[in-house]
Each structure stands twice: as C-alpha cells, then as structure tokens.
Design a protein around this ligand. Sequence first.
Ligand code: LLP
Length: 416
Amino acid sequence: MDYFNYKQGQLYAEDVSVKAIANTYGTPCYIYSRATLERHWHAFNDAFGDQDHLICYSVKACSNIAILNLFARLGSGFDIVSVGELERVLAAGGDPSKVVFSGVGKREDEMRRALEVGIRCFNIESEGELDRLNNVAREMGKAAAISIRVNPDVDAQTHPYISTGLKENKFGIDIDVVEDVYLRAEGMPNIKVDGIDCHIGSQLTEVAPFLDALDRVLDLADRLKEKGVEIHHLDLGGGLGVRYKDETPPLPAEYMQKMMENTRLKDYQVLIEPGRAIAANSAILVSRVEYLKPGEEKSFAIIDAAMNDLIRPSLYQAWQNIIPVVEVAEDAATSCYDVVGPICETGDFLGKDRDLSLKQGDLVAIRSSGAYGFTMASNYNTRPRACEVLVDGDQVHQIRRRETIEELFAGETLLP
Ligand code: LLP
C-alpha cells in the first residue's frame, strides 16, 4: 500500500498535487512519500514481535540521505556495499554500530574506514577477503566482527540478473565447504566470528526459497556449534518482492511469520536487509510528454525521462505502471504507445504497449520507482540527473536538486 492516489481527478502524493510539484520543480522528478517509506519499514519491524532482530535497510535500493535519515530516526540499521554508502549513512545520522557491510570486492581503504567508525559486522564473501580483513584489523589493533555469506544453492526463481544464491553466482561461499573457512576464521587473532549471512536474490514472490535457505543456514549453525564455533546472529538478507503489476508477494508480516515458524530461529538475533520492499512503492517518477509520434507499426510517446533516469525497464525488461497525472475520463480514446525517452538507443524505453490517452505536454507518473530508480541513474547522453522531492503530508521538501549541465563536466580538463 502507498500514498499515491487520485483525488478529484488529480494524482496526489499524500496531500500534495503531483502536477503542482512538477510545475515547481520541473521534470523528470522523483517524488517520494514519507508515510509510505515509514509504513513499510514498520511493517518489517513489527513483523518480528518479540524475536530479537535488527532491520538493516539496504542502502543501494534508495540512498538519498534524507531518506536514510528517516530510517535512522526509527532506529534502523543499514546494509552497505561500499565506503560511499557508509559515508551516506554517517552523513544521515545513522548509527555505525548497526551497519553491516556486504559485497564481494571490499577494498582495504573501505575496510579501514568501516573499522574506524565501528560497524557492526562484515559479511565476508571469500577467503581472500577474510585474510585481508584480518590483516587490516591487525594493523589497526582491532577485532573485526564477521559473518560469512554462504551460498545455499537455492533457486530464487527470479530474474537471472538478480538471482544470487545459486552455485553459479559470484556471491558468497559454497555452504558445503564453508565450515572449514569458519574454523580458519575462528583461529584468526583479529577476527571475531559472530554470524552467518545469506542473500539469495531480489524480487522473490514466494516464501519457499527463503524457507529452504533458512533451513540450510540453521543446519550450518548447528554443525558449527558442534565444532565449537558460536553463532550469535543470522543475517537473512533482503529480497522480498513487491507488486509492480500482478505479482502477489507475501506481506512482510506473512514472510516473517513463516520464517519464525522455525523455532530454531529464537536462539539467534535475526538481521534482515530489505531494500525494494521498503522503497519501491514509495516513489513515482514524473515526466512530461515531449512528442507523440504515431506510426504504422508502432506509436511512440516520447517523454522527458529516459533509461538514464530509470534503467529497470531497459535492463531487466521490468514492467512498471505508467499512469496519467491528470485522470482521464473512463471513455476517453486511447492509443497503444511505446513510452520512450530521448536517448539514442533502441533499448531506451520506460514501458511498451501501453494503452494511454495522451497529448503533448501531459504529465505521466511511472509508479514503483523508489527502489533501484534514482540510485541506478546515470548521466548518459550528458543528461543531468533528476531532482528528488519528498512529500510529508502537505509539506514538500526538495531532497536533491536537479544536476546542472556544468556539474557534469566540472571534473574534466582540456589537454595543455
Ligand atoms: N542484501 C544484499 C546482499 C543484496 O545484494 C541486496 C540486493 C539486498 C540486500 C536488497 O535486496 P532487495 O530487498 O532490494 O531485494 N537492481 C535490481 C535489484 C538488484 C538487487 C541487488 N542486491 C532491480 O532493479 O531489480
């Protein structure tokens, strides 16, 4: 559920007209709803009941510091994958002792900064990384808390680009060989084994793969215990899907309920790293129709947003709803459009075969754009990145201004 609804024929973000925002801040423009973000965060947090837990919001989904700050105020933890994301969390007032650091390629300088500010845990993805972390921690006279990301070989049944828990994926360490790595880690003077980590993919719409992975992780924890390795927390990753079109993913409460039916979970603190399920439906991307281009084979609606603003349709053939900002009469004539951007690529589309009633200058909203929307935006075709606006009731806050063209080549220099 979100807070983007029509009122008297106009699309509203909470209590503010989307058209008014577009007129003030220009297009393309990301509009977030604070109530939606907070509602989704609480849905996860409440789902745990009295189970010891920590929500580590996955920063990569949507990383504007105003939004991270909202979660920090709720007491959230954060899942990061780079020192850049760490600095964002700190700038947003996030508590470093609630930060977990994921990712297969952590550099030494990133480890150093994370140890300096005292993050909660490194999610280790390879033996090489473990050795490097032990060395960096030794140089700093510290002990680094770790969990090892295991690859449970579970098929998440999602798009191949966002499936991560199969043996063929680059992530984690094979669950069948990870015990020896844990035993090695246990013997390292500057490493403190704390947990087991697992993330099998994104946009999962069934609980079954999560339950499979959980079973395997709990079995591993048991086996480790027998060998004298104490596990205190289980990090179950993110991955819960959302409805873009007609998907029926479980609600956070249903998902956690099913997971907690496994009573072995009680022995551990549970961390989760949701990104999409919190952020996706918290934002729309608003864009204006530049041209309508009717054709024999295809008709195109050319809008001022493009794949550089929102790459999900181009990259994953993702379907996101495109709706008019000013509601049209139910019996209004429609045409079937490919909704495309101005970028010089055939793959530059936001939606294909959409029945819409449009005219030049109209505003459209691309729904469910809050996760992996702005964070995946680029400057391709030297296009400044869009502005981001957050609505809170009847208040509008610009949380990131539109980039200027000068900024785009400010770091470039001519040869002498
Ligand atoms: N934890 C780890 C270790 C991850 O790799 C990810 C996402 C998450 C948590 C958060 O997963 P979520 O709850 O958002 O599913 N750009 C793609 C999605 C890539 C997901 C990458 N990892 C998309 O737009 O669909």
